[in-house]
Design a protein around this ligand. Structure first.
Ligand code: FAD
Length: 311
């Protein structure tokens, strides 16, 4: 069996595997798609100390770094179930989609998350060409330009307030009759001079120009049924980040949003199971944060291993 088994090969899982392997303990990593969300990312400008890089390039560097240690890398494998150890120090079992099982004294779950999409024509086509999901990542690319934010929950309204300080104009579109964000955020938003809020708006299409980039967004006014077009350069979709934790239901505690609750040491409520990165309750989902969390989880797991005895 493994001492530490990491599930997920994104920034969090890679960092966890490297930190664990450096302790000289038997380490494995199972990942459906190495790199995780990085593989969907073009330009990365906030990975501190690297002025600019690209997702696939950073993924290749992560993979090379992981493979330079004695880590049992199991790529293209999906984990379907976790059975935690019965007592501290015991073995947890992971069931893979291919029918195999793996056992480990400590498990680090770093299965990340995915952005909920609008599912309208043009969204996929113009992803990274105007359609964006992360204001902290891509906001500065739209300096002085016109953008829309889709979604009037806390993340949408926070994004709109954030972007209003960078871009020329922000149009926030909310599907419902009212925004769901906290009142204090809504007040702040409505006080900004370069923000327009449109309620009862159902986005129907993203369109682009001859340059291959987004040039407008179409929506239907749900009150009147009329169709409208907003000319713009960017669209930030803020209708939810879904953790990849469906496979953990019934095995460990999850929040109502499906996140793995972790404490400052990345411990979950279940002994021997640690969580790291976007799949957890850690605030602000970013690459550098996921790597920090993965590193923390591995040191925590090591701490757990030296304090418990093997069965
Ligand atoms: P992920 O990257 O989601 O990795 C999860 C890993 O788990 C993957 O290897 C996946 O295959 C695997 N996995 C999932 N389920 C299973 C399973 N059941 N079995 C086995 N393996 C599984 N952040 C920045 O800091 N800067 C940016 O510029 C930036 N731009 C972004 C642009 C886009 C388009 C997107 C989508 C995100 C961006 N982010 C950016 C956010 C950043 O990518 C994430 O915060 C980060 O990747 C989270 O790392 P993670 O390791 O927690 O999860």
């Amino acid at each position: 069996p493994f001492d530490v088994l990491v599930v997920g090969g994104g920034p969090a899982g890679s960092a966890a595997a490297i930190y664990a392997a450096r302790k000289g303990i038997r380490t494995g990593i199972v990942a459906e798609r190495f790199g995780g969300q990085l593989m969907d990312t073009l330009s990365i400008e906030n990975f501190i100390s690297v002025k600019e890089t690209e997702g696939p390039k950073l993924t290749a560097a992560l993979e090379e770094h992981v493979k330079s240690y004695e880590v049992d890398v199991m790529p293209l494998q999906r984990v379907e179930k976790l059975v935690p150890a019965e007592q501290p120090g015991g073995l947890a079992t992971l069931h893979l989609a291919n029918g195999a099982t793996l056992q480990s004294r400590a498990v680090i779950v770093a299965t990340g998350a995915r952005w909920r999409e609008m599912n309208v024509p043009g969204e996929r086509e113009y992803r990274n060409k105007g359609v964006a999901y992360c204001p902290h990542c891509d906001g500065p690319l739209f300096k002085g330009k016109r953008v829309a934010v889709i979604g009037g929950g806390n993340s949408g309204v926070e994004a709109a307030i954030d972007l209003a300080g960078i871009v020329g104009h922000v149009t926030l579109l909310e599907f419902d009759k009212q925004m769901r964000a906290d009142a204090v955020l809504q007040r702040k938003l409505l006080s900004l001079p370069n923000v327009t809020v449109i309620l009862q708006a159902q986005t129907t299409e993203v369109t682009g120009g001859a340059d291959g980039k987004v040039n407008a967004l179409k929506y239907t006014d749900r009150a009147t049924g009329e169709s409208h077009t907003v000319e713009l350069e960017g669209i930030f979709v803020q209708i939810g980040l879904v953790p990849n934790t469906e496979w953990l239901k019934g095995s460990i505690e999850l929040t109502k949003y499906g996140e793995i609750p972790v404490d400052a040491r990345c411990e979950t409520g279940t002994h021997g199971v640690f969580g790291a990165g976007d799949a957890t309750t850690v605030p602000y989902k970013q690459i550098i944060i996921a790597m920090g969390e993965g590193s923390k989880a591995a040191i925590s797991a090591f701490d757990y291993l030296i304090r418990t005895s093997a069965p």
